[in-house]
Design a protein. Structure first.
Length: 278
């Protein structure tokens, strides 16, 4: 990870080390008002790698990566009206605040997703529509369990950040990753199909988690115990229509304390990858 002090020095007017870091073909934009620096450099694979640094008023801050699709080769970076503006060689522009460029929409990884670049491009071009930094659910106006979510308009779902719905005999929290009202409205019909078929989604996900995490020397009794113990709690729908289901371990035997299992599915409800989340 790049040293935050290099970016802090550039904001104070000394950009020598930042220019060295950028190199001959790098692009740099410093924005004093939000105390942020956007850096883009050539990547080893022929693409570009983005770095966004945000410097705190009293010291500290963060340095993070920005994913850049190959279909949008950046030729210029500017800052205007509170937003960084990235311009491609063909004249297209993508703009967003430091908070929006710092958001990482969920995408099934390239290893398991032949459409990864397409999904990355869609999210990148929609940067100006992404959340402006992290948000915490408000205690006011959250839906009650079993809320009739089919009757809620998309902007209300976005405001609430999640809805709790009945699915395969249980209550399930449903949320939409990095999606505003228009994207939620687009994804709702597909999401209702996933919820309607959640019995199968649950079974295939639990079995996938077992196969993904098993050592190979477990007994059939161990397998049955695992499948009985894990249960889904959350459905997170990605902008692409792919989705993720979080599984909790009610027995406390299979996941480390404070962790849960997550399965990433393609849009057609096929499980593709697993992760442990904390």
């Amino acid at each position: 990870m790049d040293d935050l002090e290099i970016f802090a020095s550039a904001l104070r007017g000394d950009d020598v080390r930042l220019r060295e870091l950028a190199g001959e073909h790098g692009l740099v934009c410093t924005a004093a008002e939000p105390a942020s620096v956007f850096l883009i450099r050539p990547a080893d694979d022929g693409g570009q790698r983005g770095t966004l640094a945000v410097v705190g008023a009293s010291g500290g801050g963060s340095v993070g990566k920005v994913r850049l699709p190959r279909s949008f080769p950046v030729r210029r970076i500017g800052y205007d009206g509170g937003c960084f503006v990235l311009t491609a060689g063909d004249g297209r522009e993508v703009r967003g605040t430091p908070g929006q460029f710092g958001v990482w929409p969920k995408i099934v990884t390239a290893e398991h997703n032949p459409a990864y670049e397409q999904h990355l491009e869609e999210a990148f071009l929609a940067t100006h529509l992404l959340p402006d930094g992290p948000r915490e659910p408000s205690a006011v106006g959250l839906p009650s369990p079993g809320a009739a979510w089919g009757e809620l308009p998309a902007d209300e779902i976005v405001r609430r950040q999640y809805v709790v719905v009945p699915a395969a005999g249980q209550e399930l929290s449903v949320s939409f990753d990095c999606a505003g009202p228009e994207k939620v409205a687009e994804l709702l019909p597909h999401t209702r199909e996933v919820v309607a078929d959640f019995g199968q989604v649950r079974r295939t996900g639990a079995e996938f988690l077992w196969d993904w995490g098993a050592n190979g020397d477990e007994s059939e009794e161990d397998r049955v115990g695992f499948l009985d113990a894990v249960a889904p709690t959350d459905l997170v729908v990605f902008r692409s229509g792919d989705f993720e289901v979080h599984f909790d371990d009610a027995s406390g035997r299979y996941f480390p304390d404070g962790y849960w299992g997550a399965v990433q599915y393609r849009r057609d409800m096929t499980p593709e990858s697993g992760t442990m989340e904390a």
